[in-house]
Ligand binder design. Structure first.
Ligand code: DOR
Length: 423
């Protein structure tokens, strides 16, 4: 039955199967798909690609003493302007999120400043009370560092295995940064690639994939086809930087491309596209650092690349070019993350969460000047991209041609949450 009135109608939306329908939205939910309900607000979607709002399962929103790199305000504006309506924040903050107190403070920070919806993972470090953080609302555990990375203390194999057993007993999801490192200090991108090599990454993934009987495992930012193949039945995440960039395309000592896992060769990058079907999730690993921090000798530069705002625009450009298809794009950026995390799905059917991003078909080029991250630079400069014109969050217009509007962002706690925090 068509409801008597609704808050917003998206008119003439082309659904993934090709059918054109009007989506009526009330209270943040799609209430009818078909002919429109009476409404004061209507957006014509003719000629636009209407995607369910993306969930970026891997961002580092920084804040506090790292606010020069990013904070919840700038990072979440960057997310929204890139068609991402929910981000999952990683716990390698300063201080790391390993106590209930720091976790609750993190939620309050996001509740105060974020313009997009968010979930927050908790740290897994020696001595962390994982059960307490799970009850406090952690969405998932990790990224757990199997090798050290920027601000990420690593666990040895035994400690990791014990943590997985605990996470399994709690019914949680372990999200893992799987790498092996060789001793030495890299002087350029090629050496960085060698010291944190593809073979070591695949070995680390294989070892950890063998522990899936302990708990559900999600591998973060796998960078090669061989690591993806080694993941067994665990869920697999891949980043836009490993899909669109190789170290061979960059300057030898270009610190803006220094990231963990490292950018690989052009051949590896192409092979990664060949396993597109197996990839569950595309996530950005948005890891902003300031240009000043990056403009130091290569060995001293921090690893990390900002990318939450460019993730969907790069992928939509590939969609427009015909390199990827609409159903797999939606699955990897919105529906699989929803399933993996237990967040209600955004979509086109009655009952779905009404988060959408509306894209035109004209490709532009990525340019740092127009991005919202405080980092102020991007390694994707000049690549083809289609940025969203309009972004809808919880049934409200959050972003319209460069302007931001209040739109009721919310916190998504994990399955272990027992209440008592901000909602
Ligand atoms: O390059 C990276 N930077 N990889 C990570 O895993 C962490 C991240 C950061 O937080 O800067």
């Amino acid at each position: 039955m068509i409801p008597p009135r609704c808050d917003l109608v998206l008119k003439e939306v082309t659904l993934p199967g090709g059918r054109v329908a009007d989506l009526s939205i009330s209270d943040g939910i799609v209430v009818h798909t078909g002919s429109p309900c009476p409404s004061d607000q209507l957006i014509s979607c003719r000629g636009l690609t209407v995607l369910p709002g993306a969930i970026d399962m891997h961002v580092h929103m920084r804040g506090r003493v790292q606010s020069g790199k990013e904070d919840w305000k700038s990072g979440s504006m960057s997310a929204i302007a890139g068609g991402v309506t929910i981000v999952v924040d990683q716990p390698n903050t300063i201080p790391p999120l390993k106590t209930e107190e720091t976790f609750r403070e993190r939620i309050s920070e996001a509740a105060r400043d974020s313009v997009c919806s968010y979930a927050i993972n908790c740290g897994v470090l020696p001595g962390t009370d994982l059960a307490a953080l799970w009850r406090a609302g952690a969405m998932a555990f990790g990224e757990i560092f199997a090798a050290p990375s920027s601000y990420g203390e690593s666990l040895d194999a035994q400690a990791l295995r014990t943590s997985l057993e605990t996470i399994g007993r709690l019914g949680g999801l372990a999200t893992i940064h799987a790498e092996e490192t060789m001793p030495g200090s890299p002087s350029d991108l090629a050496t960085h690639n060698r010291l944190r090599g593809p073979a070591g990454e695949t070995r680390a993934v294989s070892l950890i994939a063998g522990w899936q009987h302990h708990c559900r495992i999600h591998f973060c930012h796998l960078s090669t086809a061989s690591a993806v193949a080694a993941a067994g039945s665990a869920s697999v995440e891949v980043t836009p930087h490993h899909l669109y960039l190789s170290y061979e395309q960059a300057g030898e000592t270009d610190t803006s491309c220094k990231v963990n896992p490292p950018l690989r060769t052009e051949t590896e990058r192409r092979r990664l596209w060949s396993v597109w079907e197996r990839i569950d999730v595309i996530a950005s690993d948005h890891a902003p650092h300031t240009m000043q921090e990056k403009l130091v000798p290569f060995p001293d530069a921090p690893s990390g690349i900002p990318g939450v705002e460019t993730m969907l625009p790069l992928l939509v450009a590939s969609l427009v070019k015909g390199d990827i298809d609409l159903p797999t794009l939606i699955a990897k950026t919105s529906w699989r993350p929803s399933e993996i995390l237990g967040i209600p799905k955004a979509g086109y059917s009655p009952g779905d969460r009404a988060d959408f991003a509306l894209y035109g078909s004209e490709s532009t080029r990525v340019t740092a000047e127009t991005l919202h991250s405080r980092a102020g630079w991007t390694p994707f400069e000049g690549l083809p991209a289609v940025f969203p014109d309009i972004v809808i969050q919880s049934g409200n217009i959050a972003y319209d041609h460069g302007d931001f509007y209040p739109s009721s962002p919310r916190w998504y706690p994990g399955r272990g949450y027992i209440g008592g925090g901000p909602t």
